[in-house]
Design a protein around this ligand. Structure first.
Ligand code: GDP
Ligand code: MG
Length: 227
């Protein structure tokens, strides 16, 4: 599974403009990628945007914002993907968010992708804490923001520290969040996880139909494109 076309990636911007210049495009889906240091956040984002992978750990003290777009079922959706460093806590107020430059924009994300390393127990604890803090500190009225939990490094599953069904049950049944396992290294389920993230935000033009089926259908036929 791959994106058939990579047409455009703009790194480092934070703009909220739609393409076409008419002002009618909806604002981009803002996707925040969070997790402990070394779990593979940057690898996942780079694999998704550039089909690129490096064995070298990324130095991760600053956030990186990428502007991109996805075509789902013939409709263009702007995406703003932010790769955050391992923040010590989710900012509890707009002021805190502004003061810590690493955290800018984090409170207004439309969806959170919380990544852990399936071989690292502490990284799952980090995800647990971060999810709790997101629920506690998001501004009133936006508490329902979707959270997708991602177990990365699936290729190393012999070193898995928590059985998959335990995590999956907790995440899906108790937390009511989506759960995806992936391998950035082998490009396994990376596309799927971003698809899940997009679906959870809600494809506005697909909301009267079963977006899951339409989206999966689109993937199978390779009608999705990253622009
Ligand atoms: P970040 O700190 O969360 O951004 O993590 P990085 O993306 O920098 O990755 C940390 C290390 O894990 C790097 O050495 C990557 O090559 C490695 N890594 C990332 N994803 C995978 C994966 O899916 N499988 C394996 N085996 N290693 C991975
Ligand atoms: Mg990184």
């Amino acid at each position: 599974m791959h994106w058939p076309a990579v047409c455009e990636n703009r790194e480092g911007g934070t703009g909220n403009r739609g393409r076409g210049g008419s002002g009618v495009m909806p604002p981009p889906f803002r996707i925040a990628v969070l997790g402990a240091q070394g779990v593979g956040k940057t690898s996942i984002v780079q694999r998704f945007l550039r089909d690129d992978y490096s064995e070298a750990p990324t130095p991760g003290q600053s956030r990186k914002v990428y502007l991109s777009a996805a075509v789902l079922n013939g409709h263009v959706h702007d995406l703003q993907i932010t790769d955050y460093p391992a923040i010590s806590s989710f900012p509890g107020s707009s002021l805190q968010e502004w003061t810590d430059s690493c955290c800018r924009g984090i409170r207004s994300a439309h969806v959170y992708i919380l990544v852990y390393d399936i071989c690292c127990f502490d990284s799952f604890e980090y995800v647990k804490t971060m999810r709790q803090q997101i629920l506690e500190t998001r501004v009133i009225g936006t508490a329902e923001v979707p959270i997708l939990i991602v177990g990365n490094k699936r290729d190393l599953q012999r070193g898995r520290v928590i059985p998959r069904h335990n995590v999956s049950d907790l995440v899906r049944k108790t937390w009511k969040c989506g759960y995806v396992e992936c391998s950035a290294k082998f490009n396994w389920h990376v596309l799927l996880l971003f698809g899940e993230a997009l679906r959870s935000v809600g494809c506005a033009r697909c909301k009267h139909v079963n977006a899951t089926i339409r989206f999966q259908h689109a993937l199978r036929r390779e009608r999705c494109a990253l622009m």
